[in-house]
Structures are given as structure tokens and as C-alpha cells.
Design a protein around this ligand. Structure first.
Ligand code: ADP
Ligand code: MG
Length: 510
């Protein structure tokens, strides 16, 4: 049972005050959320509490006593356990070896069987299933996070801090994490939960402190707040929550037709099975579904990145069978993939260069070379319009945070005004302010008479944007509904593969 208090904490980096008069009181036995946009200063605060950074000013008090942490070891010593945004595990070592690594107890000889038994006992009593002798490199991200939690428990943690723990998890893993968090709370361990997701904070936290631009702006019991209020504190202005999109201003001709399409995955299993649907100009067609139901294979086949086993994909009436990736781009099909770092950006290029990748044969290039000034100017406009931080055209793509890299890719693809934009999880990992901006851009693209094929695991996002909603399950579209007939229960149920009698199904779905 412990309390953590932060008073007037400040930390500046060259050119930015990451924490500026931060105040926080985390009481014994509570789950306290710190909510804030990307760049608000959450991780910097946590790094000071965990001894990785030293504050310029202010105090950290544990149980009312001011503490100074010169190294992470000092913080661990008083019982602060942190699961950082980027895990600090050694892939070649086993679970048990990682758990004892760096703790006081590992100074002596490593006693394998004893340690493994201890790890097994912790994982059993806290409902965190783990094999102590497994190698970290063989484990999923969710499992690795578990190791970090077990590591903290092994060190007899008095306060557990989780920095954006759900950012890397599937919805299912998030559920499992919340079960563990509830159990830890029941054991009286105060938890600091960092997030930029309102819904998660509302679900799991007792108290919320909102950070904005390096400052703590509000602390409030979660029960007494609304999402709109939290969002408002977070971004410093009113955020409009529309769960009904402004209706499409005009549905045009069919642009994309997918006709009895079958696509194989890496293991040569049919990931998409005789699937049929069509997307028309002027609409956002939303594909909902649990991860791994063929969504990735479907969009890759449409983008030309994955072979079609059988069936036809047509764009503006023409089969794409003989059209490659570049040809599809030229025809007006843009694709924003899910794995953006890998597929979308050249990390060693500047933002200008990345933003102009699509335009190599257009106004900004002369004989294949970009006219520097025009390109830079256009890049600057896009960075501002899409709220990329920093909005410096000369910055290297690799130096940006993941969320901002994502905005750069979206800016590039949306700015090319494609006839069809295929967007997979376009707002994943972004904060509310940025999500609102991206949504506005997608709606604008639609209202100009283009089509958007939106694939998302976030049902709220589909409901907020799509004019028609399809649910994919086991490689098929098992339900397709206009937005005004769709509700969260029907769609959610369909995602699990169930269908209500009243729900209409599409051809190709059996
Ligand atoms: N080591 C560092 N050096 C320079 N700037 C940093 C460093 N760490 C964080 N920053 C800056 O401090 C601000 C807050 O970052 P951070 O604490 O990571 O925010 P959050 O975790 O809320 O997204 C950002 O502008 C970020 O670029
Ligand atoms: Mg952070």
C-alpha cells in the first residue's frame, strides 16, 4: 500500500519543455490514468519516476517522503515497477532469466529451478500464464508485456506504472490485461495507467489526470466525467464526436468490384473465400472484423501486392488481373497499409522526399528530379494541414514518432486525391485530436466523389465514417448493412461469426 505524489516536476530538452509544473497524486489502491495526446509529456514523466531521467525541478514523493532517483535501480529499490512503452527485455534469454535480470536478487548465482518456480508461482497467482523456460524471442508482444509485469511483481512492486500498455495489444490481449490490472488493484497495488484512449481510461481507471503540452491540466474521478469533457481537456478545445457521419452527398458509379475473390495467405490457406462486394464513388465502405479474418489478404490483393487465386477484381469496369502495383496507382488506387514503418515510408529520407514519392513524374519533378523549392513548399503545406509534429520538411522520416509517421503517409496518399483510397486502420495509435483530423480528410475525399475502402478493427471508427458496413469473418463478408441500419450489437455479433436471422447477407457469403 503506497502513495505516489509528484510536485511541480519540470524537465526540459533542447527546444522543448517536456514536463512543466506536473502535479499528480496517486493514492493507495487506485488505478490512476494519465491521459494525453502524443507528445504531451507522459513518457517523460514516467522516465523521471523510474530514474531514467532526472528532473530539472520538483519533487517525487513516495508515501510522503521525497525521493531522488539517480538511476533506475534507485526507483526499483523503493518499489516502483514500470512497464515502458518499449520493452526492456533480452530476446535471447528465457522468461525467468529476464525476470531476475538487474534485480538485487540476481547478484548472486542464478538458481534456475528456484527462479523458474518463483516465476511460475507469480504467474499462477496473478493469472498471467507464462512458461518460465521459454525464450523471449519466441513469444508474442502480449506475452512479453506479461513478463514485464511479472518482473515488477517479482521485485515486490509497490506502485506499478504501465506506459501505453494497450498500444501494442490486440483487443483480446487488452481484455486480458485489464483482468490482470483489476486483480492487482484488488491486491492493493496502485497502478498508473498511461493512455491516449478515452474509452480505455473510462473502463479501467478510478481517477484520471489529463496532460496537455507538458502540463497536468485536470485531475478528476473517472465516474464524474464524460468522454467529451476528457477529450476537451486533452486537446484544449471541443472535439466533435459524431457517431453518425454526415451522409454522403452523392453516390456515383461503381468504382471497385470484387467478384468471387479467393486469396491465399502465407501458409497457402484460403484467407479470402469467394468474396463479393462493390464500392461506389462517393461512399466510404467500411470493413469491420476481428483481426486475422482475411482483411489483410483482401486489401493486398486489391492493391496488387498479393496474387489472386480465383475471382476477379475490376476497377472502373476493367479487370485488374494484368495490372501491377504501379499501374493500379496510376489508375487512381492508393493504399495506406497497416504496417506503416515497413511499407509506407523511407525512414532515411526527409519528409519532403517521402511526401513527394508519389509525384516523381509530376509538377515538382523535372527530368526525374524534384524542384526543391516547390516540393518543400508543398510538403510544408501538407505537414501543417495534417498536423504532423514536428512540421519540418527537412526532418528525416525515421526521427518522427509512429503516430506522426502515420500522418505523413496519410497526407501523401490523401493529397494525391485517389479515386479509391484503401485505408487500413488509418488512425491506429493516434490521439483524439489527430483522429478527428484524419476523419475529416477521409470524409472530404469522399465528398469530392472519390471512394474509400476503410478496413478497421475499431468498430467505433467504422460506425463514425462508413456509409455502408461489411463484416468480414473467416474470409467472407457475412453481413453488409447501410450505416443507418447498423448498430454496434449487430455488427459486434457478426464479427464473432454469428448472424441474426433479421440481418441480410450478401451473395458470396456462404
Ligand atoms: N530524450 C528526448 N530528447 C528530446 N526531446 C524529447 C526527449 N524525450 C521526449 N522529448 C520530447 O518531449 C515531448 C514529450 O514527449 P513524451 O514524454 O514522449 O510524450 P508522450 O509520452 O506523452 O507521447 C515531445 O515533444 C518529445 O519530442
Ligand atoms: Mg509516450
Amino acid at each position: 500500500m503506497s502513495t505516489l505524489e509528484i510536485r511541480h516536476l519540470r524537465k526540459a530538452f533542447p527546444g522543448v519543455i517536456a514536463n512543466d509544473d506536473v502535479n499528480l497524486l496517486v493514492q493507495s489502491g487506485e488505478t490512476h490514468a494519465i491521459l494525453g495526446e502524443n507528445g504531451a509529456g507522459k513518457s517523460t514523466l514516467i522516465k523521471m519516476i523510474s530514474g531514467l531521467y532526472q528532473p530539472d525541478q520538483g519533487e517525487i514523493l513516495i508515501d510522503g517522503e521525497a525521493r531522488r532517483f539517480d538511476t533506475p535501480r534507485d526507483a526499483i529499490h523503493v518499489g516502483i515497477g514500470v512497464v515502458h512503452q518499449h520493452f526492456m527485455l533480452i530476446p535471447a534469454l528465457t522468461v525467468a532469466e529476464n525476470v531476475v535480470l538487474g534485480s538485487e536478487l540476481s547478484k548472486g548465482r542464478f538458481q534456475r529451478s528456484k527462479t523458474e518456480a518463483a516465476v511460475a508461482e507469480i504467474s499462477r497467482s496473478f493469472g498471467l500464464p507464462l512458461d518460465p523456460s521459454a525464450r523471449v524471442r519466441d513469444l508474442s508482444v502480449g506475452m512479453q508485456q506479461r513478463i514485464e509485469i511479472v518482473k515488477a511483481l517479482y521485485r515486490k512492486v509497490r506502485i506499478l506504472i504501465l506506459d501505453e500498455p494497450t498500444a501494442v495489444l490486440t483487443p483480446q490481449e487488452t481484455r486480458e490485461l485489464f483482468v490482470v490490472m483489476r486483480q492487482l488493484k484488488a491486491e492493493g497495488i496502485p497502478i498508473v495507467f498511461i493512455s491516449h484512449k478515452l474509452e480505455e481510461v473510462r473502463e479501467i481507471a478510478d481517477t484520471v489526470t489529463v496532460m496537455r503540452l507538458g502540463k497536468t491540466v485536470q485531475t478528476h474521478p473517472v465516474a464524474g466525467t464524460t468522454s467529451a469533457q476528457l477529450a476537451n481537456w486533452m486537446v484544449g478545445r471541443d472535439v466533435v464526436f459524431s457517431d453518425h457521419p454526415p451522409a454522403s452527398t452523392g453516390i456515383g458509379d461503381t468504382l471497385l468490384e470484387v467478384d468471387r475473390l479467393t486469396v491465399l495467405d502465407e501458409r497457402k490457406v484460403q484467407a479470402v473465400r469467394a468474396l463479393t462486394f462493390a464500392v461506389r464513388a462517393g461512399e466510404i465502405y467500411g470493413v469491420a472484423g476481428i483481426d486475422g479474418n482475411g482483411q489483410t489478404e483482401l486489401v493486398e490483393a486489391i492493391a496488387g501486392l498479393r496474387p489472386v487465386q480465383s475471382g476477379v477484381i475490376r476497377f472502373q469496369g476493367r479487370s485488374l488481373a494484368k495490372v501491377g502495383v504501379r499501374g493500379r496507382l496510376r489508375a487512381g488506387i492508393s493504399y495506406v497499409p497497416q504496417d506503416r514503418q515497413r511499407d509506407g515510408l523511407v525512414l532515411t529520407f526527409t519528409l519532403t522526399e517521402n511526401l513527394m514519392l508519389r509525384d516523381l513524374s509530376r509538377p515538382f519533378s523535372r527530368g526525374g528530379f524534384l524542384t526543391r523549392k516547390a516540393a518543400r513548399q508543398r510538403a510544408q503545406e501538407l505537414l501543417t494541414e495534417f498536423d504532423v509534429r514536428p512540421d519540418n520538411p527537412s526532418a528525416l522520416a525515421g526521427s518522427l514518432s509512429g503516430g506522426n509517421q502515420q500522418k505523413v503517409i496519410l497526407a501523401r496518399e490523401v493529397a494525391s486525391r485517389p479515386k479509391l483510397l484503401i485505408a487500413v486502420q488509418p488512425t491506429r495509435g493516434l490521439d483524439v485530436g489527430a483522429i478527428e483530423g484524419i476523419h475529416r480528410q477521409l470524409l472530404r475525399l469522399r465528398d469530392e466523389g472519390n471512394a474509400v475502402l476503410l478496413v478497421s478493427l475499431e468498430l467505433e471508427e467504422i460506425l463514425a465514417l462508413a456509409d455502408r458496413i461489411a463484416v468480414m469473418h473467416a474470409g467472407q463478408i457475412i453481413t453488409e448493412l447501410p450505416r443507418d441500419q447498423a448498430d454496434i450489437e449487430t455488427i459486434g455479433l457478426a464479427m464473432t461469426g454469428e448472424r441474426r436471422a433479421a440481418v441480410t447477407s450478401e451473395e458470396g457469403s456462404t
